[in-house]
Design a protein around this ligand. Structure first.
Ligand SMILES: [Fe+2]
Ligand SMILES: [Fe+2]
Length: 359
């Protein structure tokens, strides 16, 4: 059965009521719903041992005392002004919405699976616990900049995209793993270059990213429990479709928000490439097929998409009639689609063959 998610927001997540509307675009994090009945009936027997082990790890709750605002936060942040302030607030807002979207999906899955699939229900409930902490912490950081997302209002106002459970497994796995790599790469970079640590939240990322890594491993077990998600020609196409969607979105958003990465002393293009390389290598352990990121066209076409996307944004911000804007944007949109199709058709890496040769 399909349903929208309208669960109440836990007290820990309630922020001030300053902002309930998030600027929408194709690249904004989405809120999802799925077929809960079908999810409850998944046969998980082949991964039971793995899932029991993951449940024990989640119960251990290694980050129980981690999400506490230490004295480093207790100061004024008014010295971060102008373009930098806006870029950082956007980063916090996008991250908060993305974490909160995970919380809502996991919470609803937990509630709906309780009767028929208690193991999954408990795992999802503990994952929702983690995402609530992450979203809550980000929202408190936003309050340091005199802005908060009203998550309760956001829950009611947002529209939910229906994804079949198979798509949810692929996309949430990827978003957890790409999240892990983003957090850990920023953390490691700032360890080497503490002079760029302009706000203390980045110190938290080392333990924080381990939550995302564990969530990704749970989704890996769920994917591997369903043979048709990795043992069919369709699964190879779907894997690459979702990888490409996540990668293209990442490249475009990182370049749209390059100022934030520059504030951290990171080169946005290099950071994006490193995140994609690592996520693609990680995905080879769960997905049947992934990209050959060393192919000379791989990054060049993604960068072309990003340049076209920036041109589209510039047109959107101009003061021209809508019809003229559309006519100017159309060839650019078709250009992006053309590059994505060519990327999709690049010779892939067959992960199952790789697994076979290692074994
Ligand atoms: Fe998270
Ligand atoms: Fe997560």
């Amino acid at each position: 059965m399909v349903s929208t998610l309208t669960r109440p927001v836990p007290a820990a997540l309630e922020g001030s009521t300053k902002k309930a509307v998030v600027e929408e675009s194709v690249l904004t994090p989405r809120f999802y719903t799925t077929d809960f009945e079908k999810t409850a009936n998944l046969d998980l027997s082949s991964q039971d041992e793995e899932l029991q082990a993951m449940l024990a790890e989640m119960k251990a709750d290694y980050n129980r005392h981690h999400f506490v605002r230490n004295p480093d936060f207790a100061q004024s942040w008014e010295h971060i002004q102008g373009e930098d302030r806006q870029a950082f607030i956007k980063y916090l807002e996008r991250s908060c919405v993305s974490e909160y979207s995970g919380f809502l999906l996991f919470k609803e899955l937990s509630r709906r699976l309780k009767a028929k699939s208690p193991l999954l229900a408990e795992i999802f409930s503990l994952m929702a616990r983690d995402e609530a902490r992450h979203a809550g912490f980000l929202n408190k950081s936003m309050a340091d900049f005199n802005i908060s997302l009203d998550l309760a209002k956001l829950t009611k106002k947002r529209t939910y995209t229906f994804f079949p459970i198979e798509w949810v497994l692929y996309t949430v796995y990827l978003s957890e793993k790409i999240g892990y790599w983003r957090y850990i790469l920023i953390y490691r970079h700032l360890e080497q270059h503490p002079e760029h640590q302009f706000y203390p939240i980045f110190q938290m990322f080392e333990n924080w990213c381990q939550d995302e890594n564990r969530h990704g491993d749970i989704f890996k077990a769920l994917i591997r429990s369903q043979t048709k998600l990795w043992n069919t020609w369709q699964s190879k196409l779907w894997s690459r479709f979702f990888l490409l969607t996540v990668f293209a979105t990442h490249t475009m958003t990182v370049h749209e928000r390059s100022r934030f990465y520059e504030m951290l002393g990171l080169d946005p293009t290099e950071f994006d490439a490193q995140v994609l390389r690592e996520t693609n290598a990680t995905a080879l352990r769960a997905f049947p097929s992934a990209f050959d990121v060393n192919h000379p066209e791989f990054f060049s076409r993604l960068h072309r998409c990003s340049e076209l996307n920036l041109q589209i944004k510039a047109i959107d911000q101009s003061h021209q009639p809508q019809a003229l804007k559309f006519m100017r944007k159309l060839p650019l949109i078709l250009g992006i689609i053309g590059h994505l199709v060519r990327l999709f058709l690049l010779k892939p890496i067959d992960a199952e063959a790789l697994r076979g040769s290692v074994a």
